[in-house]
Ligand binder design. Structure first.
Ligand code: PEP
Ligand code: MN
Length: 579
């Protein structure tokens, strides 16, 4: 059967690519037809010019696409299924164009909303909304000017013979749009059958309503769902057009509106609302991005596919030696070596309540998942600030509790181990103590996670043997930290050995953290090394941040401001995290 599908835009638009990929996975033949606006997509279906239409309803970055929901509701259309599509945004220009020379960027307004951070880095470029992604790409190709670029998928690059200037330009690589494929209520049975492929528990129902302007109206609606054991998949409110401070709710729930429990719940909910419309039930989509090709300019870090033999020295560290998978080290709710690149941040030393609390709030607000801070400081000069000791640790713990993140602090001596293990979430072994075997054994007898920093002149073999000391005592919770080593180079404080990361990834199952702050020692060089650490395959970074670096009582040359930290977090968002 040939299905005529209406989408907004022209070939090369994301919805065109998404609908094409969807039908490629079915037995149906597709004839895709572009329409200039979302409304015209809906009317093409209502008037029978198309069998089905595709409209976006939600985007992971930009949120609800109100027009999508509203048109489905307004024209009483029948949703069939959801297509979750990864919006693979690339910056495309003509042959010879260069990123630094781009003065105008054309894109669909939704794409602009999804790529705000990247666009902000194109100093001085004019941002021009375009009817759709395909049109933007076509216009750039036809204008033939090297200063113009469009945001679009790789398919648009191919179709209009453009060159890719940057990949992964969305604010986050996990940028999915939910499209709804729909037909008219009186569509042919074969067309309607497209939307009934899955059982009811794999169906979703969308609705939109406004509540009475009275106390608890929304919670009454939600309580009805809870009573019937119905899961909410989405709840968003938008100001009601024309009635600015009244709110319209957009809700997706799991289940089919023909199911008894869903029917009952909807009927009860209706009583608490002033307007109520069930858009319909449809198959839940799984994310589909087979249509997209791998980005060309992005380095994807990954574990080595082949597993060459371990060096003979591996006999000294059998417990640290690699296993099938990386060990996931769980600290509070945070996992090192898991699915998330973990940023640990905080001051070099805890100096005062105000200093550590303000830093904790700033870094956690900006995405740090753990708080660091030294209470006992190993200083080269015995007359330098030595840390606030236990008082400092209490301040760090208070800041950790206030911001809801685990804390990391260095334990320097044997007699501190027991109390440190009670008062901190992660025991840091500093570089200078990497081969303090009694200390390693003592932390090995606790059950606290240990962050073991590489010694200033320790080989990777020695680092793994040091980890083995902790593991051998029965504590399996160890992460390694590359923090720079001593070399002949004097331009940087140390030499950050990023090659340690792939080597360790190959040789050990322990998670690997990189500390560019101590690695390079100079504020302005930390940012690029954070990017490099993620790209090369580390599981996280640890960096030093201070509210006023000039006044830091230790390591002031490498202390980052809150703004520096924000920039690093923005950068990291753009770099894929390897498996
Ligand atoms: C620290 O992280 O506070 C520190 C002292 O680092 P290192 O042991 O790597 O010098
Ligand atoms: Mn420091």
């Amino acid at each position: 059967m040939t299905i005529i599908a209406a989408y907004q835009g022209i070939p090369g638009a994301h919805s065109n690519v998404a609908v094409t990929a969807y039908f490629a996975g079915t037995d149906e033949e597709l004839e895709a037809t572009g329409a200039p606006t979302y409304r015209q997509v809906a009317t093409a279906v209502i008037t029978g010019k198309a069998d089905v239409g595709i409209l976006p309803v939600d985007n992971a970055i930009a949120g609800t696409v109100r027009d999508g929901y509203d048109l489905l509701a307004q024209y009483d259309l029948q949703p069939l299924c959801e297509i979750q599509w990864r919006m693979d945004h690339r910056l495309l220009g003509i042959e010879g164009a260069e990123l630094s020379g781009i003065r105008e960027v054309l894109a669909h307004p939704l794409a602009l909303a999804e790529c705000g951070r990247f666009l902000g880095t194109l100093a001085g470029a004019r941002i021009i909304p375009s009817v759709d992604t395909g049109v933007a790409a076509k216009e750039v190709a036809e204008a033939g000017e090297q200063s113009r670029a469009a945001i679009g998928p790789p398919e648009a690059r191919k179709l209009y013979s453009l060159t890719e200037l940057a990949a992964n330009v969305a604010d986050h690589p996990e940028n999915y749009t939910r499209f709804i494929l729909f037909c008219s209520k009186d569509a042919r049975d074969e067309v309607r059958a497209l939307g009934s492929r899955t059982p009811a528990d794999k169906r979703k129902t969308s609705l939109t309503f406004t509540t009475k302007h009275e106390h608890g109206a929304l919670s009454q609606c939600l309580a009805v769902l809870a009573d019937e054991n119905i899961n909410l998949a989405k709840l968003e409110s938008r100001p009601k057009l024309g009635k600015t401070w009244e709110h319209q709710f957009y809700v997706d729930l799991e289940g089919d509106c023909e199911e008894e429990r869903v029917k009952n719940a909807l009927e009860k909910m209706r009583q608490h609302t002033t307007s109520f419309q069930v858009i319909g039930s449809y198959d839940i989509g799984t994310s589909r991005d087979e249509g997209t090709e791998a980005p060309r300019k992005v380095i994807v870090s990954s574990a080595p596919k082949e597993r060459p033999p371990l060096p003979t020295s591996a006999k000294n560290w059998p417990k640290a030696a690699r296993k099938e998978t990386t060990t996931r080290l769980s600290v509070g709710g945070v996992v090192l070596g898991g699915d998330e690149f973990v940023v640990i941040a905080g001051p070099c030393s805890v100096e005062s309540q105000e200093q550590v609390m303000s830093t904790a709030k700033a870094v956690v607000e900006r995405g740090a998942r753990m708080l660091r801070g030294g209470a006992f400081k190993p200083r080269t000069n015995p007359y330098s600030f030595q840390g606030l000791g236990w008082e400092g640790l209490a301040l760090l713990a208070e800041a950790g509790r206030a911001t809801g993140v685990p804390i990391v602090s260095e334990v320097m001596s044997l007699d501190q181990v027991e109390r440190m293990a009670r008062e901190t979430d992660v025991l840091q072994i500093g570089a200078r103590n990497m081969q303090n075997y009694d200390l390693l054994k003592a932390v090995g007898r606790t059950d606290k996670p240990v962050l073991l920093k590489r010694g200033l002149s320790a080989s990777l073999d020695e680092l793994l043997a040091a980890a083995e000391y902790v593991l051998a005592e029965g504590n399996p919770h160890v992460a390694l930290c590359e923090r720079g080593i001593r070399t002949f180079e004097t331009a940087t404080r140390n030499t950050l050995d990023l090659s340690a990361v792939p080597v360790l990834r190959e040789r050990t199952h322990l998670p690997i953290i990189v500390d560019p702050s101590h690695g390079v020692g100079v504020r302005r060089w930390i940012r690029p090394l954070c990017r490099a650490a993620k790209a090369v395959g580390a599981h996280g970074i640890m960096i030093e941040v201070h509210p006023n670096p000039e006044e830091a009582m230790s390591d002031k040359d490498q202390a980052l401001t809150f703004d520096d930290f924000q920039e690093i977090m923005d950068d990291l968002d753009r770099i894929p995290y390897g498996p």
